[in-house]
Design a protein around this ligand. Structure first.
Ligand code: AMP
Length: 579
């Protein structure tokens, strides 16, 4: 009995059990797909045998493209030369990916033509492509409407419409475009809507354009993906970048995506990492299509170890073997966290999602834990010795697994042998490893503890601090230390506890901060305005420092600029309160 049941299960879970055309079966075998993913198991049999309207709740990475793509191609009549199936998707990257997948699925279907049309590239080439009478068109809504207005495409005979990532299309403001397109598909028989999340707006599309539908869900496969190890690291806001760097160094084989909240942060973080020799690149909406494609190409061929991306730009990344997702900053919306973390642990693999959070943000982690229904591990930010050890073992492993080219030995053996004949094996190894690790060792000598903890904060207070000057004071309405502190903390997101010894004068103020936070604060404040006036902040000159010391790191040029007292007219008010 048990054997029969097992056989039955096998039958149910293999592609061969699907009543699918033979050319598609072959393509699936070529692709190496063995077992249908949960959403495929649920959706494909229905859509193949008696297509109905459906709503599929599934994220990228769940195999949803094949879930709708295989049935779509199955129903395509290659003998007909008009558009029969239309797939709408939010971004050009996604369009390109779907088109790539369709090409693979349809590799054995002679006469099948599928094309993708999307914005950001000249329209001429796409108009020419459409003249070759594709049966399947994958499109972004905006470009499709442009093509309709130019009469370069007709949707008169479209029978199947797929709305992929419907929630994202709505987020991007495509609601009216989607309505317009669906209204202009008079022969539409079936609408298949896929979305990672279900909202009233998504349901609204269904209500307006679908008569009766069935709902399928990937069982929140990506929301609760047990293959993802969620970790978070608590540091003070001003140590965010150093923490990122340390986490990267602690993950030598990383192939990851680093998420930032804004395009500016994306650019800044990527540039800082690149300057320090990391193989990374930014990916955000202000980069043109050509640059973005180039970045993706370099990422896919692994010339880059990580991409620093915004949420919108990252939607186009379709890579299956991401080892780490790093949240440089947590997203405001916990739902977005699941989109980010779902970039790793795809197609049955495991992955790590790390978040760098400030003590204030721990409550956001709790919120996300509830949504993801998984406990997150608070991990210590590794210290210098741990980083060095980790990289050493990584390097040892690399040596152990290296497979030199066959003729490498023949060509160089003699030279190598001659040069090192006299040297002991252990000494040789020591030197080789030293060469590999010496930079890491040097940069991690005396590495500070980046973990934000009560003890660290206390140590910080007792430790060195820097006195800073800011060009706002009593006359600007700063009539208390609290006011100044809250302006600075709100502008920079640093913890109030690291500011003390505040002195407010008529036109300017002074305060002490921990030396390791000074550079961060000065940089962050230089972008700000107070009541319309540009904020100027710099290190106060030596005699104003009181008991303070200097920076832990050598001060940069722009820091050493002398504090100009021209604004100061006396009338100081001193606040010795410690925060
Ligand atoms: P998607 O969710 O459509 O973006 O698919 C994620 C990735 O999983 C794509 O690279 C697919 O090629 C791959 N994939 C889809 N279905 C399967 C399957 N049944 N087995 C293995 N890989 C799959």
């Amino acid at each position: 009995m048990r054997l029969i049941y097992k056989k039955f299960l096998n039958l149910m879970t293999s592609f061969s059990s699907f009543p699918m055309r033979e050319e598609l079966m072959r393509a699936v075998a070529d692709l190496g797909f063995e077992t249908p993913t949960p959403i495929q198991q649920k959706v494909i049999p229905t859509l193949l045998s008696q297509p109905v309207d459906i709503i599929g709740l599934a994220q990228t990475g769940t195999g949803k493209t094949a879930a709708f793509g295989l049935p779509l191609l199955h129903h395509t009549d290659v003998a007909l030369k008009h558009v029969q199936a239309l797939v709408l998707s939010p971004t050009r990257e996604l369009c390109m990916q779907i088109q790539e997948e369709f090409k693979k699925y349809g590799a054995h279907m002679r006469g099948l033509r599928s094309t993708a049309v999307y914005g950001g590239v000249p329209i001429g080439g796409q108009i020419r492509e459409l003249k070759s009478n594709p049966q399947v068109v994958v499109a972004t809504p905006g470009r499709l409407i442009d093509l309709l207005e130019r009469k370069a495409i007709s949707l008169e005979q479209v029978q199947y419409v797929v709305l992929d990532e419907a929630d994202e299309m709505l987020n991007m403001g495509f609601r009216e475009d989607i309505d317009f397109i669906l209204k202009n598909t008079p022969a539409r028989e079936h609408t298949w809507l896929f979305s990672a999340t279900m909202s009233n707006e998504v349901r609204g599309i269904a209500k307006r354009f679908m008569k009766k539908w069935e709902e399928f869900s990937a069982g929140q496969a990506n929301v609760t993906n047990e293959n993802i190890d969620h970790q978070y690291f608590v540091t003070n806001h001003h140590n965010r970048f150093e923490t990122l760097q340390r986490l990267l160094d602690f993950a030598p084989g990383i192939y990851g995506i680093i998420f930032t909240r804004t395009k500016q942060d994306c650019q800044d973080v990527a540039e800082k990492l690149m300057r320090q020799g990391y193989h990374v690149s930014p990916l955000h909406g202000d980069m043109d299509q050509k640059m973005r494609s180039k970045v993706m190409e370099r990422f896919k061929n692994k010339s880059l170890q990580a991409i620093v991306a915004t949420d919108v730009a990252a939607r186009g990344i379709d890579v299956n073997d991401i080892t780490h997702v790093i949240n440089y900053e947590l997203p405001d919306d916990p739902e977005v966290y699941t989109h980010r973390s779902g970039r790793t642990a795809r197609a049955g693999k495991s992955g790590i999602c790390m978040s760098i959070v400030s003590p204030k943000e721990i409550s956001n982690i709790r919120q996300i834990e509830r949504l993801v229904k998984q406990r997150f591990n608070r991990s210590d930010i590794p210290d210098g010795a741990e980083v060095v050890r980790k990289r050493l073992f990584y390097y040892l492993e690399q040596i152990a697994e290296a497979n030199p080219q066959a003729d490498f030995a023949r060509v160089y053996q003699e030279t190598i042998h001659e040069r090192f004949e006299e040297m002991e094996k252990d000494e040789l190894i020591r030197r080789l490893i030293w060469l590999q690790l010496k930079d890491t060792i040097a940069s991690y000598e005396d590495a500070e503890d980046l973990n934000a903890s009560y003890e660290n904060r206390e140590r910080g207070r007792g430790g060195r601090s820097v006195r800073l000057f800011i060009n706002i004071g009593l006359k600007d309405g700063i009539n208390s230390a609290e006011k100044l502190i809250s302006f600075i903390t709100e502008s920079t997101d640093i913890e109030p506890g690291i500011i003390d010894r505040v002195t407010v004068r008529d036109l300017s103020s002074f305060f002490n901060v921990r030396s390791d936070a000074a550079e961060f604060i000065v940089q962050a404040m230089s972008q700000k305005k107070f009541k319309g006036r540009k904020v100027r902040m710099e290190e106060a000159e030596q005699r104003d420092r009181g008991r303070s010391g200097g920076y832990e790191k050598p001060p940069q040029k722009r820091f050493s600029g002398q504090f100009k007292r021209r604004d100061d007219k006396g009338g100081s008010q001193k606040f010795n309160k410690k925060y």
